[in-house]
Design a protein. Structure first.
Length: 178
């Protein structure tokens, strides 16, 4: 990843509707017409830059927008998130991972919040990775019925009634803890 994208990932960018922008680790405001704007945010395509500026206008009005970073497969797991900032007239622009990396998720959080067993956590994470029940059973050397029993226990302990809702909750939990 180029250094400017790393900078955007670590420090979100503030952009106003008037074109003023600030990277939080800088101590001064710049204008997007100064020529450094596209290199500092890592967008060089005129179309993507136009999308970003349009998203900034929408964020100033209160709407959050996601922009695909590029057409390259190496960047397909990242999106630019443009959302309203606390200050009126400003948008917060940040680089976010699009895919949930379950290897970075801490099962102790699920154990703590919902009293899930380590095996139930592993099954939940496998479901989040869109693994088939048969693959989960084979990897853990258990029957499919045992996997179903773990899923039933996960639903009971979390108060969730479907895999779709479970995946949504796990995704939100991951975004809160990463």
């Amino acid at each position: 990843m180029p250094p400017n994208r790393t900078k955007l990932l670590e420090n979100p960018l503030l952009i106003s509707a008037t074109g003023t922008y600030k990277i939080p680790d800088d101590n001064f405001l710049k204008h997007r017409n100064e020529g450094h704007f596209s290199s500092e945010i890592g967008i060089h395509s005129k179309e993507r830059l136009a999308s970003l500026l349009s998203a900034v206008d929408a964020a100033v009005e209160g709407k959050t927008t996601l922009i695909k970073l590029s057409e390259n497969s190496e960047d397909s797991s990242q999106v630019i998130k443009v959302r309203p900032a606390r200050e009126k007239g400003w948008a917060l622009v940040s680089l976010s991972d699009f895919e949930v990396n379950t290897s970075s998720m801490d099962s102790s959080i699920l154990e703590q919040l919902f009293n899930l067993t380590p095996t139930e956590c592993a099954v939940a994470f496998a479901l989040l990775e869109h693994e088939k029940l048969s693959d989960i059973a084979e990897a853990r050397k258990i029957s499919i019925e045992t996997v179903r029993m773990h899923i039933k226990n996960i639903f009971m302990k979390t108060g969730i009634s479907s895999q779709k809702k479970l995946l949504a909750m796990l995704t939100r939990l991951h975004s809160l803890t990463s």
